[in-house]
Design a binder for this molecule. Structure first.
Ligand SMILES: [Fe+2]
Ligand SMILES: [Fe+2]
Length: 375
């Protein structure tokens, strides 16, 4: 989100809420109401001239646009509260939206619309359905669907592509993008994207297979949260590259078959900073991929690493990646640990939801996986 869009978004939300409040006192035609409505329309048009869609997503009681939490103020809070009231997970305003759409939003913010919301051609309401996802650890009983073999030849080709396209000397962003685009296309056509999860692999392939898995899990999460187009694509890229900094960790540390010493841990932890630096210097790299490489080990309560100044807020994409990363790490516990079934992994994730992981994303993730497992 550019500073200009951010500013217009603030103006949009503030005028929308003020127009809705005015509507409670005056008619929609009154100059106070119509003045704010016109300003909201003006800002919306400016945003939609720059972007195809303006999507406001509500996750865990917070509003996000392009993966970035909206700064809290009374207007944002009011919109947030009304989205919760109407059980709206996300609002998408598409280019072509007009004053009738603004009026509908005003009626929602004013609490005057009936509870049965209807989308219009340019204003779509979506549900994220987090409410009934409160699953106790014991209740999660669906196993991960069994792996349907990706032909070995294809796998080998993809593996070597990934290795060469992320190698320090000739990083090929286009190749990674094509890989992710391929995943998204095949998920759209496939009943169950989880079938594409790679089986447990030998250690030397761990980072590659882990990156593929995290990519698949991120896309599954992103789709369930209503992300589309470029953002969904970028969330996949971010997952594919979140551990790219591991190529800067000495192999004897990376592949050590046992507990790491304190110094080795320090070395290992640097993969976040190395990765972010590396991606930052790659032209065309989505910003959220750089953020995710840097932030994917910062816990929800900010006790992870690397250390950052007080008040740092992690990007939503990094938090999504953290959930996928945690699940895959549990599922494929390596070297001296055994792999884990879904029930056990989900139980551990629920235990650290709220401290290690974003609780709303974790509940949604488990729900999405269960749903896929039931297909
Ligand atoms: Fe990592
Ligand atoms: Fe990872």
């Amino acid at each position: 989100m550019t500073p200009y869009i951010k500013e217009q978004l603030e103006i949009f939300i503030s005028n929308l809420v003020q127009a809705a409040k005015a509507m409670l006192l005056y008619s929609p035609e009154h100059r106070v109401t119509s003045g704010h409505a016109a300003s909201a329309l003006g800002s919306m048009n400016l945003i939609l001239a720059a972007e195809d869609t303006l999507k406001i997503i509500r996750i865990g009681g917070e509003l996000f646009v392009s993966g970035i939490p909206l700064e809290k103020n009374p207007h944002v809070e009011r919109l947030n509260q009304q989205m919760s009231e109407y059980a709206i997970g996300h609002i998408s305003l598409m280019r072509g939206a007009g004053s009738a759409d603004i009026l509908l939003l005003m009626r929602i913010v004013a609490g005057k619309e009936s509870s049965k919301l209807k989308s219009t051609p340019h204003l779509i309401f979506g549900a994220v359905e987090l409410d009934d996802a409160r699953t106790a650890p014991g209740e999660v009983s669906q196993p991960i669907p069994s792996y349907s073999a990706i032909p070995g030849e294809l796998m080998a080709r993809v593996a070597s592509d990934f290795e060469s396209c992320t190698a320090r000397e000739h990083f090929d962003l286009q190749a990674v993008m094509a890989l992710v685009a391929g995943f998204i296309t095949s998920f759209r056509g496939e009943a169950n994207p989880l079938l594409a999860l790679v089986p447990l692999r030998e250690m030397d392939e761990y980072t590659f297979t882990h990156s593929l898995d995290v990519c698949i899990l991120n896309i599954a999460q992103g789709m369930s949260l209503g992300f589309e187009g470029q953002l969904l694509h970028d969330i996949g890229i971010a997952a594919m590259l979140h551990d790219v900094g591991k190529q800067f960790v000495p192999p004897e540390v990376l592949n050590k078959p046992g507990e790491l010493t304190d110094d080795e841990w320090l070395e290992m932890r640097r993969h976040t900073v190395h990765g972010a630096h590396y991606l930052l210097n790659t032209p065309g790299m989505p910003r959220i991929a750089v953020m995710s490489a840097f932030e994917h080990h910062m816990k929800y309560d900010m006790t992870g690493y690397p250390s950052v100044p007080k008040g740092w807020q992690t990007n939503l994409c990094s938090q999504i990646t953290m959930v996928s990363d945690c699940f895959d790490a549990l599922r494929t516990r390596r070297v001296y640990k055994d792999s884990m079934d879904f029930e056990k992994a989900a139980g551990i994730m629920l235990k650290i939801a709220g401290t290690g992981l974003n609780p709303a994303l974790t509940l949604n993730f488990i729900k999405v996986l269960r749903k896929m497992g039931e297909q």
